[in-house]
Write a protein that binds this ligand. Structure first.
Ligand SMILES: [Zn+2]
Length: 339
């Protein structure tokens, strides 16, 4: 057990974790409590507000003392759920957003003028460049299935998608797979990664699941089979925070084979749901607290903003900008290259 934990955090020195601590660390990394709770939300996922746990400071400080890397690191990322917005589904959403206040989407005139997510994203990348980093974009590659709630809204064969991909490649940003909602059940990560690698003519080694819908027990084995080396899926949809309760990246523990995989999990700390704007002060306050925790323990985490949300909500762009400033002013190393 000691070896598993040391390997998970790449600790090279001797450690003095007690048996209880080792078990506790393994429970954190494998999300044991939430799986055993049997709870699942409307997306059929385990995590939800009622299982949100607090940071385990005792374990964090102990692990931090043994870890080799001493820099506090943040990865800014974007999941690409939309590329082309003048599609039938998009028009339907525009119609609904006129009648249902809960749904906000581009207006008919914006769609008519083909408000362009490619141009917007290009500008977003330029904005990030000014801040001194290249972010990571996660792209879907499963079959185009826009009217299925969980299906892909990006058609890989469409010219707009191809132009979007070219724009990303020419900007030299990080690119990973946005694994489909059903990939965990169909075990289709390898197929999806291969399809994306062929479409981009680029090796794909990073991943985040659509709706964060992964299988905690099988994830690491599935990622290895797909050639993925970094997974960014472990986080919350409805809350910011650290789902493993530990602020570190770690080598995934393949519980089915009782071994450490060669895939590194990078926790997701924050997702940009429009709800984060309901009480912006609270969002920022909690974010600052979380950043302090990462800073204290020289931790690592990722932050997710969807480009279409940033394009739709100017207030969200403002929040994004503030969040970048907070991370920079706290001395985070931002988006170092992952090899
Ligand atoms: Zn998604």
């Amino acid at each position: 057990m000691t070896k598993l934990v040391k390997d998970a955090f790449s600790i090279e020195t001797e450690v003095d974790f007690s048996e209880k601590e080792l078990l506790e660390i393994i429970s954190c990394l494998t999300l044991k409590d939430e799986i055993e709770s049997g709870y699942s939300d409307k997306f059929h996922l385990h995590h939800e507000e009622n299982i949100v746990k607090h940071v385990n400071h005792i374990l964090s400080s102990k692990i931090s003392g043994y870890k080799k890397e001493k820099s506090f690191t943040i990865y800014f990322t974007h999941d690409v759920d939309w590329v082309k917005i003048n599609t039938p589904l998009s028009y339907l959403k525009s119609g609904l957003s006129g009648t249902l206040r809960k749904i906000k989407w581009f207006s008919f005139s914006e769609l008519y003028h083909r408000r362009n997510l490619i141009r917007f994203t290009d500008e977003l990348i330029a904005f990030e460049k000014i801040h001194g980093f290249h972010s990571i974009f996660f792209l879907p590659s499963s079959n185009y299935d826009p009217f299925n709630r969980y299906g892909s809204r990006v058609d890989l064969n469409d010219k707009t998608s191809k132009d979007f991909f070219q724009m990303l490649l020419s900007n030299n940003v990080g690119i990973g797979l946005h694994g489909s909602y059903h990939a965990r059940y169909k075990n289709s990560y390898a197929e999806e990664a291969k399809k994306l690698a062929e479409a981009l003519n680029r090796e794909i080694t990073m991943h985040r699941n659509h709706y964060l819908n992964f299988d905690p027990a099988n994830l690491w084995q599935q990622m290895e089979n797909a050639g993925i080396r970094y997974d960014f899926s472990i986080g919350y949809i409805y809350d910011q925070g650290l789902r493993t309760t530990l602020p570190f990246s770690f080598k995934g523990l393949d519980v089915l084979q009782n071994r450490i995989s060669n895939v590194t999990g990078i926790p997701l700390l924050f997702m940009d749901l429009p709800d984060t704007l309901t009480d912006k002060e609270k969002t920022i306050r909690e974010f600052r607290e979380n950043i302090q925790i990462l800073k204290t323990y020289n931790g690592t985490a990722s932050i997710l903003f969807h480009a279409e949300n940033l394009c739709l909500y100017p207030e969200l762009f403002e929040l994004y900008s503030q969040i970048i400033d907070i991370c920079k002013s706290e001395g985070a190393v931002i988006n170092p290259e992952l090899k």
